[in-house]
Design a protein around this ligand. Structure first.
Ligand code: SF4
Length: 499
């Protein structure tokens, strides 16, 4: 699969100065799967902000030297980025830092603002000057504008939320406070915890809390604002329950790390269940079940358990490919899937293989993986996908593309199987999506739920997706669809602009 993840955010605060940059580094390291284009950390040392941001993986950007240059502080915020709005330039690295009339602010954002184009246009007409082409700066601008009339930074954040539509999990730092926000639909995850030495930390996923030795306390509710001042945690819920909860179902299928727990459901268990459902819906006669590393592995295990076909290791992933990997000269023509994945011939040769992956986008990567297994001697390859076919683009912080790039939009299942070279192909039925997260039914009905909510949450084919966004599969968008959805929509050439 070749969908890129979105972004990961991290924040930490304590009463007294400590190695906040070091803690943020470990937190971001655990969130690396959510974004590999760039990363950054901003440390707050008694109101003085120091930062380091650059393009690359956390391990590439932060050396022992760069970390040592960041001072101790009682707060830090960090970000790993895959840009879903705005290009991959240093300018767009986060956290974004702003100096405004009432102080300083650093902001890290996961998600996409679906009304960003309109907001930016209005702000520019009112005299705003933007330094980046990402939608995060729009949020920063609106918060700082609201700060002029608000009594506190958290009041300004709350006022800003009235303007924003779409997906935003935010970690925001002022001179004195750390503020975490989950949008009223709760598209993207955000949770917080506490370490033994009294630090409060917030992160996109619970795996980052584990990485710094923090005990998970809970997920933020959709619409909740949490304010940390180093000693107290204050929860504000004026935006909670205003909109139906719509956590991205694809977090469970692909984006999140399997050892994370989101809104009460283990990602690992959700993937196992996807494999079990798939085995029932699209059975295959085979000798071995193989998962595509990493996000296909858990579903493959579930498929194996439910079908009785032995699970085996058939593909190995090269884990050490960083951003600096290049394909020089002659080797540029080589298939890059071969650099990332290698087939285990001893497991595969002469066997009928069920190959489980999390999704198919254009089909190119799937075709290459099927070819790898054929060359390793697989007799038959039955591809099984632990998500339904992608039929619609995503506007909430991922790069699931326009329909012309989605193979399922223009080809039947049989045609797609033929194109990727598989003997058969089966997808998770859309009706199975609600089953993945059945453990969370209680929390779903608690978030503006009840029968009415469940009826609203029914997808176009009647499947029960109450509480979850499944729009890229069923086209049932929780917000108005933006008119201009290009990743580079704020980076027009002169010839495209009306001057
Ligand atoms: Fe997630 Fe798909 Fe909804 Fe985007 S459209 S938020 S990827 S479920």
């Amino acid at each position: 699969m070749s969908i890129h993840e979105e972004c990961g955010v991290f924040g930490i605060i304590n009463k007294n100065p400590f190695d906040a940059a070091g803690a943020a580094y470990y937190g971001l390291y655990a969130l690396q799967h959510r974004g590999q284009e760039s990363c950054g950390i901003v440390v707050n040392d008694d109101g003085v902000f120091s930062s380091y941001k650059d393009l690359g993986l956390v391990s590439e950007v932060f050396s022992a030297d760069t970390l040592a240059r960041l001072p101790e502080g009682n707060m830090a915020v960090g970000h790993v980025r895959y840009g879903t709005t705005g290009g991959n330039s240093r300018n767009n690295c986060q956290p974004i830092e702003v100096n405004h009339q009432k102080g300083k602010m650093a902001l890290a954002h996961n998600g996409n603002i679906s009304n960003a184009a309109r907001l930016r246009n209005e702000l520019e007409l009112a005299g705003a000057i933007f330094h980046t082409t990402s939608d995060t700066e729009i949020i920063a601008y609106i918060v700082t504008r609201q700060r002029l009339r608000a009594a506190s930074i958290e009041d300004a954040v709350s006022l800003a939320m009235d303007y924003l539509e779409g997906a935003y999990s935010l970690v925001l730092m002022s001179a004195q406070k750390l503020i975490c926000v989950r949008d009223p639909h709760g598209f993207r995850p955000l949770c917080y915890g506490k370490t033994a030495d009294g630090c409060y930390a917030a992160a996109s996923e619970s795996c980052a809390l584990k990485a710094i030795g923090a005990e998970f306390i809970r997920d933020l509710e959709p619409g909740e604002i949490l304010v940390f001042d180093g000693e107290r945690v204050i929860s504000r819920k004026e935006h909670c329950g205003k909109k139906e909860k719509k956590l991205c179902i694809f977090e469970y299928i692909y984006f999140a790390r399997p050892d994370s727990v989101i809104d009460g459901t283990s990602v690992h268990k959700a993937r196992l269940r996807a494999g079990e459902i798939l085995a029932g819906a699209c059975p295959a006669q085979a000798d071995i079940v193989v998962g595509v590393p990493d996000s296909g592995l858990d579903a493959a295990l579930g498929f194996g358990r439910a079908s009785g076909i032995p699970y085996g290791i058939g593909l190995i992933k090269n884990r050490y490919i960083g951003r600096t990997f290049i394909s020089p000269g002659q080797s540029a023509r080589l298939d890059q899937v071969r650099i990332k994945l290698s087939a285990v011939e001893e497991s595969i040769r002469g066997k009928r293989v069920v190959l489980v992956d999390d999704s198919i986008v254009r089909g190119t990567t799937s075709g290459r993986i099927v070819r790898l297994l054929r060359e390793a001697g697989a007799r038959e390859i039955h591809m099984r996908i632990s998500s339904p076919p992608f039929l619609h683009p995503c506007y909430y912080g991922t790069d699931i593309d326009s329909p012309e790039h989605l193979i399922a939009c223009s080809h039947s299942v049989e045609e797609t199987a033929q194109i990727i070279g598989a003997d058969s192909l089966g997808y998770l039925p859309v009706s199975g999506l609600g089953e993945l997260i059945r453990e969370t039914e209680a929390s779903v009905s608690g978030a503006g739920g009840g029968k009415e909510s469940a009826d609203r949450g029914r997808g176009v084919d009647g499947h029960d997706c109450a509480g979850y966004c499944c729009a890229c599969f069923d086209g049932n968008y929780p917000t108005a669809v933006p008119s201009d959805t290009r990743k580079d929509r704020f980076e027009r050439k002169l010839s495209e602009k009306k001057l």
